[in-house]
Design a protein around this ligand. Structure first.
Ligand code: 5GP
Length: 204
């Protein structure tokens, strides 16, 4: 599986603000794109098919799993989510860097399949802050909030498998830190050999 672009996976407990951080990031970093996932979840009032997600039926999702059409897929809060394999490979092959904002189960699968994947975990400042945000932002029932908090406890324990951690205490600061990670990864020497070799040659 060869590719030219870099693959980033970003995970965080629900309510941490990872989607907002990632959406702000791609606005300010050229040639970095967000992946659009497939999901069997119903769209929320403000969501559009083909923009926020590809919304498909559970049957269609399962058919895609059977055809091995996903790079990764997972059941999150009872809904199915997955990253399309063909579109991911095509975008990376064309040299664009891609960011997947996916849960910890999916991130684990991607890291196994593509060892060069760069993992970034976004943490809220504390469990109490996460709880406060979840209660503040949503019309979710108490049972749904409790389920998200219980999932958050187990998700946070997966942080050890990631390369970088960003603490989302303040949006602009978190976006700046994420941008720093992307730029540093791009600047790694082994990824710059096509630029380095001709410059070194001018010294000979
Ligand atoms: P939501 O339904 O709130 O949009 O997302 C719920 C969870 O599913 C979030 O943790 C989100 O990161 C995760 N998610 C979204 N897309 C994907 C995907 O393609 N694969 C996996 N494994 N998780 C996803």
């Amino acid at each position: 599986m060869s590719s030219k672009g870099l693959l980033f996976v970003v995970s965080a407990p629900s309510g941490t603000g990872k989607t907002t951080v990632a959406e702000q990031l791609v606005k300010i970093v050229p040639t970095l794109e967000l992946s659009r996932s497939y999901t069997s979840r119903a769209p929320r009032a403000n969501e559009r098919d083909g923009v926020d997600y590809h919304f498909i039926s559970r049957e269609a999702f399962e058919a895609r799993v059977a055809h091995d059409d996903f790079l990764e897929h997972a059941d999150v809060f009872g809904n199915l989510y997955g990253t399309g394999r063909a579109e991911t490979e095509a975008r990376l092959a064309s040299g664009r860097d891609l960011m997947l904002v996916i849960d910890v189960q999916g991130a684990r699968q991607v890291r196994q399949k593509r060892p060069g994947t760069i993992g970034i975990f976004v943490l809220p400042p504390s469990f109490q802050v996460l709880e406060h945000r979840l209660r503040g932002r949503s019309q979710d029932a108490e049972s749904a909030i409790q389920r998200r908090l219980a999932t958050a406890r187990s998700e946070v324990s997966a942080v050890a498998g990631y390369d970088y951690v960003v603490i989302n205490d303040e949006l602009d600061r978190a976006v700046a830190e994420l941008r720093g990670i992307v730029l540093a990864e791009r600047a790694r020497r082994e990824r710059r050999m096509d630029l380095v070799a001709p410059i070194v040659k001018t010294f000979q």
